[in-house]
Design a protein around this ligand. Sequence first.
Ligand code: SAH
Ligand code: SF4
Ligand code: F3S
Length: 477
Amino acid sequence: MAIGITRVAKKLFIKTYGCQMNIYDSARMADVLAPLGYVSSGTPDDADMVILNTCHIREKASEKVYSELGRLRRLKEARPTSADPMVIAVAGCVAQAEGEEILRRAPYVDIVLGPQTYHRLPEMVALATRASDRRNGRGRGVLDTEFPVSNKFDHLPGESAPQGVSAFLSVQEGCDKFCTFCVVPYTRGAEFSRPVAQILEEAKRLVDQGTREITLLGQNVNAYHGLDEGGCEAGLAQLMWRLSEIEGLARIRYTTSHPRDMDEELIDAHGELDKLMPYLHLPVQSGSDRVLAAMNRRHTAAVYHDTIAALRRARPDIALSSDFIVGFPGESDADFEATLALVRDVRFAQAYSFKYSVRPGTPAGTMEDQIPDPVKNERLAALQEILQQQQNAFNASTVGQTVPVLFERAGRHADQLVGRSPYNQAVHVTAPGKLLGALAMVRIDSCLAHSLGGVLTDSVGSAFGRPAVEVAEGAGV
Ligand code: SAH
Ligand code: SF4
Ligand code: F3S
């Protein structure tokens, strides 16, 4: 009989900051480390390895890293000497931007790695733990912030665990747009699209493991232009048509898009592709052409309006979301008014808004006429008030509608499930646990601050590829 080698499970804690792509990357880092015996843990307290997957997008996001590292240092030092030292790694966009500086400021950090090199984590862990002087807290940590020629997606193992009813799938990465306020082109590098076949394979694996909704990710996802099996370039719309053929995949979403890359084929897909959900996050940043030009957004407010009008012609009920920056250098009261006017015209279902934050190395950081913080605060409050009203109005408009809801997780109360409407709203419903992962028709009957409430109706859909589920008695029908 063969004798198996039993690996002692090691605890891995990953803390993720920033965007969905970081969430995806964190899951992939867990996959890469699984063969080494690392098992995900919910706390850093007794973890053998802690990874901070960081975000550099605004000053506040970056600052969090050093305060969190201070806490980890205390945990590392409090670890019994009989145990192996805790391995601390800093990954993601702060790691890419600051590299060596992190090892200088926090010498107890063992590994600093960028978003493009995490497939090499096993070698980095081996290097970091091998040198005994590292264990004494001396010596340099391992630094790997290269942009390797051979890309990580070709080296990733499969998912080490099911990714859930709704899962992310990165299809595109990096950005060549160079908006003057933004660090992403520097931290994530040049735009890159994964080949179609590789994406289809990953999507099929996800669906086989129970995923019913896939959100395609990219910093500029609608700039996707991956090669298909015949060596021809496919756009995002073509990719989604291919994905829609996967039996068992019920819903497709994508984020984040740039207004410049909303081509006709993609807009048409919103009208024709049933599995594509009627929700789109399309950041505009500002409603002033002067500010948009200074931001190097390469679109005007009118172009944005035209795109929205075309999307609404294709899919009249499409719910729209956006990002806004207030207080960009030189933004006048009139510029800000133009942003408010755009918001009033478009009517968003939800949105994110931020005060402009100076980022080192970006052109806007050294522009004259930086806006004082109190003005930024005032503008942000005014913008958020109207965006909140619009979100409330949108949510209220769905009350009384019966919509398909995909149940993603258990709710806080017994017999409660939480799912998403086609418009990406969270909906809380009294429903039997067996509906988890299934689509069911729900009548929206209440509208709370951040979610909706609904009841199951008679017509219960089935998760694709699964038997239809009948509704249990007393399930709120
Ligand atoms: N690729 C996406 C944006 C990614 S960053 C796009 O092109 O829209 C997410 C959001 O953070 C941006 O849309 C922007 O609103 C905000 N953001 C980026 N840099 C910022 C900065 N320096 N200050 C404030 N907000 C910023
Ligand atoms: Fe940043 Fe602009 Fe690229 Fe978006 S398009 S990631 S805002 S540079
Ligand atoms: Fe932040 Fe990097 Fe994403 S800067 S928003 S984690 S691409």
